[in-house]
Design a protein around this ligand. Structure first.
Ligand SMILES: O=C(O)[C@H](O)[C@@H](O)[C@H](O)[C@H](O)COP(=O)(O)O
Length: 268
């Protein structure tokens, strides 16, 4: 696992545009190297801001959208098409506008249909879907990926909550303590809705690159704590690390409380 690197942008709009450009490059590179790429999406304003910026970028045509696998790091356990579902918001921000292969788009199950009302069963089904994809992966996973039943995602995106949650891993709740399963049902989440599905820290840490996005002064304390050596049970964002890269993409306001030695020298 890698030590975090920090990049600070002037404001959240620029952060979204720069992150979108960075993601396009990463996808194009992965497709050139391995034929396809895989990205794990996050909910929240910053993740959706990145997708919206990507939709507006002329460079988006450099991506072969038909050879991109999309997964989700977490989902609000709500009915199909609910406007509060992370998948619905991602579709509106970007996915409906690009020629993806529907077979490669893997939303987490909704609260209606097969897993009605059973977030734990829905989580188990998603874990199986991930394990199947991992088994089919032709390229070798990066060293140390652990083979924990998830593909070696190229980029895994995470928003960061003011309480330092990432995906739906909230401080002290059972999901953040999970060491075996790759996907779990989350109950009693402090951010609505209370019932969610989430990748666990071991699944997140199988990704090649983990990018954490945070903007705004209400995130400044969370960012500073997570980057100052806090424990992952109390500070889930501190446990989100990638195999080859861990990147914190911040705006100036979210970086405001970083200790000086963590603040990158060339930042605005
Ligand atoms: O379902 C969700 O809400 C998310 O996946 C959650 O983890 C989100 O990313 C953070 O709460 C940050 O959200 P913002 O980017 O909106 O601050």
């Amino acid at each position: 696992m890698t030590a975090p690197q920090v990049v600070v942008h002037r404001d959240k709009e620029l952060m979204a545009r720069a992150a979108a450009a960075r993601l396009i490059t990463r996808i194009v590179d992965a497709q050139a190297a391995r034929g396809s790429a895989s990205v794990v999406l996050t909910g929240g304003r910053n993740g959706n801001g990145l997708l919206a910026a990507l939709a507006e970028s002329p460079a988006r045509d450099a991506v072969d959208w038909s050879r991109l696998d999309l997964w989700w790091g977490d989902e609000r356990f709500l009915p199909t098409g609910d406007p509060e579902r992370n998948a619905t918001q991602a579709r509106e921000a970007l996915l409906d506008a690009v020629p993806l292969d529907p077979a490669r788009v893997h939303p987490m199950p909704a609260s209606d249909g097969t897993y009605t009302g059973d977030a734990d069963a829905a989580a188990a089904a998603y874990a199986t879907e991930l394990a199947t994809a991992a088994a089919q992966e032709t390229a070798s996973p990066p060293a140390g990926a652990g083979g924990g039943g998830v593909p070696a995602f190229d980029v895994l995106l995470l928003g960061v909550g003011p309480d330092t949650h990432v995906a739906s891993l909230f401080p002290e709740l059972p999901a953040v303590r999970e060491t075996e399963r790759t996907v779990v049902g989350v109950h009693g989440a402090p951010k609505p809705p209370p019932t969610r599905i989430s990748l666990t820290l071991p699944a997140i840490r199988a990704a090649r690159e983990v990018w954490l996005l945070a903007a705004g002064e209400d995130k400044a304390r969370a960012v500073a704590i997570a980057l100052s050596g806090a424990g992952e049970v109390q500070t889930p964002a501190a446990g989100a690390r990638g195999q080859s890269r861990t990147l914190w993409l911040l705006d100036r306001a979210a970086a405001a409380e970083l200790p000086r030695d963590l603040y990158p020298p060339s930042s605005p």
